[in-house]
Ligand binder design. Structure first.
Ligand SMILES: [Zn+2]
Length: 157
């Protein structure tokens, strides 16, 4: 099978993964995909499929130090070649990892400044805007409590 655009041979692996493919990976208009692991489980991680550039950005920020609760997240296939096979998604959540990352970065910013109330207000804002799930609200509140415990700090002031 030859690519309709450039007439090079379409690799058989690509045709197996995409039986309808009429173009090679580099001529394809399909957006390359990547994925981010959002839930770890021994029988398989839950991943979110998204445009490759976005997946790479999230996987990169997940590897960064700073936002501790994301430190264990490792994107699996952000660097897959275009047209590479990506395993089916078990569940796609409307709340994206990116939203949680952004909310977390804001909260961490105020934690670093030692501003407990502002950090908690950021969590509430993200909750009200429905950017993060209730579980994530609890996680972020727990992070604030861990870094800036209530009484210790307020009594010291
Ligand atoms: Zn081509």
């Amino acid at each position: 099978m030859l690519c309709k655009s450039c007439r090079t041979t379409i690799p058989v692996e690509r045709l197996k993964a995409l039986p309808g493919a009429r173009h090679c990976a580099s001529c394809s208009n399909e957006e390359p995909v990547g994925c981010v692991d959002i839930v770890y489980h021994k029988t398989g991680n839950t991943i979110q499929i998204m445009p490759r550039a976005q997946a790479q950005a999230i996987n990169k920020s997940a590897k960064r130090r700073g936002f501790g609760s994301l430190a264990s997240m490792r994107g699996g296939s952000g660097s897959e070649k275009p047209g590479a096979y990506v395993q089916p998604v078990a569940m796609i959540r409307r709340v994206t990892v990116e939203d949680f990352t952004i909310a977390g970065e804001r909260v961490m910013h105020f934690i670093e400044l030692g501003l407990r109330e502002r950090a908690l207000a950021e969590v509430q804002d993200a909750k009200k805007s429905r950017l993060i799930t209730l579980t994530q609200v609890r996680q972020l509140n727990a992070i604030v409590d861990k870094f800036l415990p209530t009484l210790a700090r307020e009594e010291a002031v």
